[in-house]
Design a protein around this ligand. Structure first.
Ligand code: ZN
Length: 241
């Protein structure tokens, strides 16, 4: 089965900051999409500026996995669109918030917590450790790898206890962070991945592209079983009937 991906980006830093525009000439969404074209995937992109932020019922209905990058415009996402994303995750759509996408309305609604962190803009090195080496999202990765320059995110990270913690990051300044965490919500699979600050070319890095491609495979919906959400007759006869 071909996995249908929508890469969503608020697409604001690329418009307002010349350095980000030069780093990501096709936008952060374009770089993420380019990192996925080698795989058996259908990739489209959508941005905040489009009607319905490019996330219409029709688009989401034809999306197996939604990848999400956002930062400064999290509050500008319409509640109606955020709720639409949440509903599709409950129905089985995979959801992969990247970096400050952890502060997006859909992720916060799906987690039910603040998703707050501590952070620092210092360009320090991040070492990402594989914490769950049997997990398919780690396929093809070494035991650890570095992002040479990045923004720091530090614990505590106000999220529910993850189903699996796939990656833990250590930063040059001493902090640590659960940088790759998995959840199920309804039928949907969620993988929140920390790297991706816009001041660095992180979405061109091979290991980062490997993680995102693996996460798409992992988060893609499966058929599963039918479910009945209604008042029902007993599956076995009851004595008093
Ligand atoms: Zn950032």
């Amino acid at each position: 089965m071909t996995v249908r991906i929508t890469v969503w980006n608020e697409n604001i830093h690329e418009q307002e900051n010349k350095e980000v525009a030069e780093r990501y000439p096709k936008g952060i969404h374009g770089a993420i999409a380019d990192g996925l074209i080698d795989n058996d995937l259908t990739v489209r992109t959508a941005t905040l500026q489009e009607p319905d932020h490019g996330l219409t019922e029709d688009t989401l209905g034809n999306t197996d996995v939604l990848i999400w990058w956002s930062h400064c415009a999290n509050d500008e996402v319409a509640d109606e669109v955020a709720e639409r994303v949440v509903k599709h995750v409950h129905d089985g759509m995979g959801f992969i918030p990247l970096h400050s996408g952890k502060n997006s309305k859909p992720f916060i609604r799906l987690m039910g917590t603040t998703c707050n962190i501590k952070y620092r803009h210092s360009g320090e090195t991040e070492r990402i450790w594989v914490a769950d080496p049997g997990h398919p999202i780690t396929d093809g990765l070494p035991e650890s790898f570095e992002v040479p320059s990045t923004e720091m995110y530090g614990e505590p990270y106000d999220i529910p206890e993850p189903d699996r913690t796939v990656f833990i990051s250590w930063f040059e300044g001493g902090e640590v962070f659960r940088s790759g965490v998995c959840y199920r919500r309804g039928r949907g699979r969620i993988f929140a991945f920390r790297p991706g600050h816009e001041e660095y070319p992180i979405f061109f890095q091979d290991e980062i592209r490997t993680v995102i491609a693996n996460a798409v495979d992992w988060a893609a919906p499966t058929d599963g079983a039918d479910a009945i959400w209604d008042e029902v007759k007993p599956a076995e006869p009851l004595d008093d009937e």
